[in-house]
Design a protein around this ligand. Structure first.
Ligand SMILES: O=C(O)CCC(=O)C(=O)O
Ligand SMILES: [Mn+2]
Length: 215
């Protein structure tokens, strides 16, 4: 893959002002043509599978396809299932290197989700598995169909449900205590027939590693 920058160096970001965590959003980090190409590359190259998870003792297929990539040993466990990291695809490695520069954070793995159309979704959850450590920095790249990403505070009923539209080529950086205090979801959306890919870059603590200290 070529080494030129995927990102628009002058791309604007905005800080989303919410209590109990930090959220920063770049609506157009990856210019449209590069984002189109990355979407096509990932649609064809990712080893997509429809995982089964166990909820309340029942096996269920999740309503999306996914795959887990990362450095060797950066494995991830959720809902009773172990995801072993597959070696980085060149396109994901390039994205990783450039994201580390933009965000000032480090990542060793990524969950890649494919929402085939508006019937696919992810339900309310926080990315708070123990292997992500305390206060994880999570970099979320969106490609394809624009979908609603919703946020709900875990305890403060006075805070309204928040809805962001995650654009093609956007980056949402979630950090600080965000995963402790907020849940997020991607609801089903009628009338959406195009696919969307979301990639969340994460740092999984494994072996003797510690979570990186971010200034
Ligand atoms: O698709 C998204 O924007 C969010 C995905 C997500 O929250 C997750 O995979 O943990
Ligand atoms: Mn999540």
């Amino acid at each position: 893959m070529s080494q030129f920058s995927l990102f628009d160096a002058g791309s604007d970001h905005l800080d989303i002002d919410l209590p109990d965590g930090s959220l920063r959003y770049w609506p157009a980090l990856i210019p449209a043509a590069a984002a189109d190409q990355l979407l096509q590359t990932l649609l064809t190259q990712v080893a997509w599978e429809q995982s089964e998870i166990t909820i309340a003792g029942q096996r269920r297929k999740i309503p999306r396809l996914n795959a887990w990539y990362g450095e060797r040993g950066a494995d991830y466990r959720y809902s009773g299932r172990l995801f072993r990291a597959m070696p980085w695809l060149p396109s994901l490695r390039q994205l990783l290197q450039q994201l580390e520069q933009v965000s000032g954070a480090r990542f060793n793995s990524a969950l890649v989700n494919l929402y085939r159309d508006g019937k696919d979704s992810v339900d309310w959850h926080s990315d708070d598995e123990p292997e992500l450590g305390a206060n994880p920095v999570i970099a979320s790249i969106s490609l394809g169909a624009v979908r609603r990403f919703q946020l709900k505070h875990k305890t403060r009923r006075d805070l309204a449900l928040q809805t962001l539209q995650l654009e093609h080529g956007s980056l949402l950086l979630m950090a600080g205590a965000f995963q402790h205090h907020w849940r997020h979801r991607l609801p089903k959306m009628q009338g959406v027939s195009a696919p969307r890919i979301n990639i969340t870059f994460r740092w999984v603590v494994h072996g003797n590693q510690r979570a990186p200290v971010v200034a």
